[in-house]
Design a protein around this ligand. Structure first.
Ligand code: F6R
Length: 261
């Protein structure tokens, strides 16, 4: 696992955008895994700016979102389908229908989850998966106790996650859905490159477990320690509980520019 500690979210956005731009140059029909939430916004801003300048194009690319709330009407602005459209998809040049998500409206949820797994498989799998991390260590919405081999399925959100996300629902905890469909940890682990972004003090404990803790379903993101190509992009605040922070800084600063993440 490579740990990159940078000063600010914009710098994190640039490093992640560099690797996505280089992937799309090598493979214009690349498949991206897209997270919602606050953490990836700097990446999406940077990619939208580069796309506007003609530096990168998503014309041949496809996207799969990580998760979706269950129980919100489809027109609700916090449906992740609508969020990803407004923060990213509508700002770049994806072909119509190229970005899809799990169907939070499905009446047959197991069938919808199986169909989502099949769609990812038929697209050739995910080349690069963008991830945030919950304060309780979730990735996607794989909450503590999730099977480390899980596939797309319905999950119950923890009270902590619902409190964390209440800021998107006018601070009204009761308005935050209790369930979601999420790619499983096994689904996420099948992506060829994982790029996780975290900023701020409130992520420091989860980052400490992810990078330096034992692999455990209690901190689901720790499964990433088993991934052959996982990159963790964090700011100083999120890095503050890392024992080897100086080593990670030194390693990244001595890396040749051409190498990327
Ligand atoms: C969102 C997702 C979640 C978030 C996580 C962090 O699609 O899968 O795992 O990445 O809850 O959220 P933020 O970035 O808002 O702190």
């Amino acid at each position: 696992m490579e740990v990159v500690i940078l000063n600010d979210p914009a710098a994190i956005g640039r490093v992640a955008a560099d690797t996505i731009e280089s992937l799309l140059t090598r493979k214009p029909d690349a498949v991206l895994g897209l997270a919602t939430g606050s953490s990836p916004l700097a990446i999406y801003d940077e990619l939208a700016a580069r796309c506007a300048k003609g530096q990168v194009s998503f014309r041949g690319a496809r996207g799969f979102t990580l998760d979706e709330y269950v129980g919100l009407p489809p027109e609700h602005p916090e449906c992740y389908r609508n969020v990803i459209d407004s923060v990213f998809v509508s700002r770049v040049d994806f072909a119509p229908g190229a970005v899809v998500g799990p169907d939070g409206q499905a009446t047959d949820i197991p069938a919808a989850c199986a169909a989502y797994e099949e769609a990812i498989h038929s697209a050739g799998g995910i080349d690069l998966q963008i991830l945030g991390i919950g304060t309780d260590g979730h990735i996607g919405f794989n909450e503590p106790g999730s099977s480390l081999a899980s596939r797309t399925r319905i999950k119950t959100l923890t009270r902590q996650t619902r409190m964390d996300n209440a800021r998107f629902f006018d601070d009204n905890l009761n308005a935050v859905p209790t369930h979601c469909l999420t790619q499983g940890l096994g689904t996420i682990m099948a992506a060829r490159h994982l790029v996780l972004v975290a900023t701020g003090h409130n992520k420091a404990e989860a980052i400490h477990h992810l990078v330096e803790g034992p692999v455990s379903a209690m901190w689901p993101a720790t499964i990433m320690q088993h991934h052959p190509h996982a990159t963790v992009l964090i700011d100083d605040a999120a890095a503050r509980r890392l024992q080897l922070a100086d080593y990670y800084r030194e390693t990244y600063s001595s890396k040749p520019d051409w190498q990327g993440i």
